[in-house]
Structures are given as structure tokens and as C-alpha cells.
Design a protein around this ligand. Structure first.
Ligand code: PGA
Ligand code: ZN
Length: 419
């Protein structure tokens, strides 16, 4: 029986030295589960509410003491001694207890930490690897590793804003194993650090998610440098290594215009700009090509990219079933960027995932720019057999905790990478 004894919280620090939340869920039989949650910087307006203390004397107001207090003084007493048959029952209890549409009462950070800590406790109780437990939530038993999409270059809110485009990612497409995917990515990353040192006369300083961020002359230079690094590594652009991008255009959109590359563009001009990149470069996925509220123009973007590149929604969708349904109905996208903390419980994330899948969409499971050493995201991506995973670069331990877990599942759980 899944009877909760108590749930404790802890304020910890993420990879940007900002507070975030860890929770520990103990069942009456003594089994415990621990989980930490990530946090974004380039956030969508429709995300569930991340509760921060607002006390300027601690961590610039970003403290999470209240979220921890909510775990220990509201959620734990409410759940203690109760039986929760499954994840859905537990998450439902959290939603009811919070009582708001965006989790602003208890905080999505407090709620998600409990949701995942409960999942870890149940997996431990049933003696299941976490990915198998996650698989239960979407009725998946054919586990596959997602193909990684890895940040090579960074701009926008994750770097100094030297170019507006937030991420240029590389996707190892010819490698068959995770081991070989990471080998190829490492070769390109290494070549890119040399290129940057020669061309920009600077060391390979990295942005929030580990991408390199030299002072590119313009956006095209970022694409060109990526192609050059791939070739320097002895790999073929498009054949061995494809490209993906997160334009994150909500963050340079204002007054109905896209403020990019020193120009003001309307939506049609923005679509033309992106379509130009897609025809010129081996881009297989374009995330947030338009702004989160620019619903009228997303169908035009998708039409332009269909058959060439995925139209991937992050800020547009915020892992929210209502927004995903709207995008399906209006043919605004064909791929979901799934970030569990955008919605705030595993059950809601599973619903978002299933809705996307039932409609033939592609799913990229994603980390956040503020991450922790917790690796549950790798198990989630494998447990649900996501198509792609976006964790960041391969230089920082909060990212490598997940990549290394993917390697572990490849070897010890005999999982193969999605084709
Ligand atoms: P965030 O950005 O985690 O900083 O919100 C990631 C993304 O936009 O994909
Ligand atoms: Zn994004």
C-alpha cells in the first residue's frame, strides 16, 4: 500500500546559483524517494507559477523557503497517513489542495518536487527502474532512448544576447548508439572551441546551458560557424550532424514586431527569414520561430516548414493541454517541447505527451536552463520514448548527469536510440 508517512522539502541551488526545490517523500513502509526540480530563464507566459519568496535580502528575491514551507506545512500534513493508489491520485490531491489554475498557491516548484519524489518512492517500492515506472504513466513498454539535440552555440537570454537566436543545436543523425552520438557531438564541440579561439580570439566561455557564445557578427555567422565546426570534426553537415534551433522569438517580440538583427520585422518577414535558414542549412527542427501569442501566424510558419523541418512549440505550448489542443486545431505546430515544470505534475505532463502523440506529433523532452544534478529527465524521456531530448551542452555536470544516465540505460537496460 502506498501510504505516505511524510514529505520534506529543502531549498537547494541550481546550476545558475539560484534556489530551487528538492523534496523527499517517505512512505509508511520506510521507502523514500527524492527529487529536485529545474527552473527556466526564457520562460513562457502560460507556465505554471514558480513560487519565489521575493525577499530582496536573500538570493535577489528568488528564495524558495515558502515553497519548502508549503511542502512541509501544507502538503505533508494533508497527505500523511493517506493511501494514494497511483501517481494520478497523488497528483490530483496536490492540484485540489492548491486550488488555483496555475499552481500559484503552493507553487509549481513545490508541487512538482513532491510529484517526482512520490514517483521515485513508488518505483523503489515496486523495485522498478524509474523509466519503467514512468512508462506506466503513458502505457509505454517499448522503451527507446531519444536522439539528443545538443546546444553548440548560445545567444539570447542564455548568453550575452550577442545574437537574438537563443540556441543553435547539433543533432547526431548518422550515429546509431548513444555512445556514438556523444562521441560525434564531442568532436564537433571540440572543433568549435578551436574555431572560436582562432576566429574570435577568445577562450571557450559557455552560456547557461553550456553552449559556446562568441561575439558572432550576425545570425548567419552562427550557422556558418556550426557547419565549419562539423567539417573540422571530419563529419558531414546534414548527413552525420544536422542542426536545430530555438529561436525563442517571444523574447524579442514587441508591438507586433520581431526586433531581430537590428531590424523590425513583421510576422511574414520573420517566417521568410526562418524559411531562408531552413533552405540554406540542414535544419531539422525550429523551436519558437514565432512569439507565444502570435497564434494567427504560426499556421503560416508551419506550412512553410512542412516536409523540411519540425515546427516545435515551447513558449507557444507551455506543456499545457489546452494550448496543445489549440495548436492541433489550428495546425500551428507539429512538435511539442515537453518541460515538466511548465505544467507542474507528472500526470499533466503525461497527458500533454499523449495528446501530442495521438495527433502524430513529434516530442522533444527538455531540461531547463537552471538544472540540478538530478537525472530523472533521462528516465522520463526513455520511459515515454520521446523522439528527441534537449538537455544542453556536454560540458557541465547538471547536463552530464542526464547524458550519463542515457549511456547507462543503453548499456545496462539494453535500450537503443530512436531512428
Ligand atoms: P529556459 O529555456 O529553460 O531558460 O526557459 C529553455 C528553452 O527556451 O528551451
Ligand atoms: Zn525554448
Amino acid at each position: 500500500m502506498n501510504i505516505i508517512d511524510k514529505i520534506e522539502g529543502l531549498e537547494i541551488l541550481d546550476s545558475r546559483s539560484r534556489p530551487t526545490v528538492m523534496a523527499r517523500c517517505r512512505l509508511k513502509n520506510g521507502v523514500t524517494g527524492v527529487a529536485s526540480v529545474p527552473s527556466g530563464a526564457s520562460t513562457g507566459k502560460a507556465e505554471a507559477h514558480e513560487l519565489r519568496d521575493g525577499d530582496p535580502g536573500r538570493y535577489q528575491g528568488l528564495g524558495c523557503r515558502q515553497a519548502v514551507k508549503n511542502i512541509e506545512e501544507v502538503i505533508s500534513p494533508h497527505c500523511s497517513g493517506k493511501v494514494f493508489t497511483d501517481q494520478a491520485a497523488f497528483d490530483q490531491a496536490l492540484l485540489q489542495l492548491d486550488g488555483t489554475p496555475n499552481k500559484s498557491n503552493l507553487g509549481a516548484n513545490a508541487i512538482l518536487a513532491c510529484s517526482i519524489a512520490f514517483a521515485r518512492a513508488l518505483a523503489a517500492k515496486d523495485n522498478l527502474p524509474l523509466y519503467k515506472y514512468f512508462g506506466r504513466l503513458t502505457d509505454n513498454t517499448h522503451f527507446k532512448l531519444p536522439r539528443p539535440t545538443i546546444n553548440l552555440f548560445s545567444g539570447g537570454k542564455h548568453a550575452g544576447g550577442q545574437v537574438e537566436v537563443q540556441d543553435l543545436l547539433i543533432v547526431p543523425v548518422s550515429a546509431i548508439t548513444m555512445d556514438d552520438c556523444l562521441r560525434d557531438v564531442n568532436a564537433v564541440f571540440h572543433a568549435a572551441t578551436q574555431l572560436i579561439s582562432n576566429k574570435y580570439n577568445m577562450r571557450a566561455l559557455t552560456a547557461d546551458e553550456g553552449g559556446l557564445a562568441p561575439g558572432f557578427k550576425d545570425i548567419r555567422a552562427m550557422f556558418e560557424d556550426a557547419l565549419q565546426a562539423i567539417e573540422m570534426a571530419g563529419l558531414r553537415p546534414g548527413k552525420d550532424i544536422a542542426l536545430a534551433t530555438d529561436v525563442a522569438s517571444s523574447h524579442f517580440y514587441g508591438d507586433g514586431k520581431y526586433h531581430i538583427a537590428g531590424q523590425e520585422r513583421n510576422a511574414m518577414e520573420m517566417v521568410d527569414l526562418i524559411a531562408g535558414w531552413v533552405s540554406e542549412y540542414p535544419l531539422i527542427s525550429v523551436e519558437d520561430g514565432l512569439a507565444e501569442d502570435d497564434w494567427d501566424n504560426w499556421p503560416v510558419l508551419k506550412k512553410n516548414l512542412d516536409g523540411k523541418s519540425l515546427t516545435l512549440g515551447d513558449d507557444l505550448l507551455c506543456t499545457n493541454v489546452n494550448r496543445i489542443q489549440r495548436a492541433i486545431d489550428t495546425q500551428s505546430a507539429n512538435a511539442l517541447l515537453l518541460k515538466v515544470n511548465q505544467c507542474g505534475t507528472l500526470t499533466e505532463a503525461a497527458q500533454a505527451f499523449l495528446l501530442a502523440r495521438e495527433n502524430g506529433w513529434h516530442v522533444t523532452v527538455s531540461a531547463r536552463s537552471g538544472e540540478t544534478e538530478d537525472n530523472w529527465l533521462a528516465d522520463l524521456a526513455a520511459g515515454w520514448s520521446g523522439d528527441h531530448i534537449k538537455i544542453g551542452s556536454i560540458t557541465q555536470s547538471e547536463r552530464l548527469a542526464k547524458y550519463n544516465r542515457l549511456l547507462e540505460m543503453e548499456k545496462f537496460e539494453k535500450m537503443s536510440v530512436r531512428g
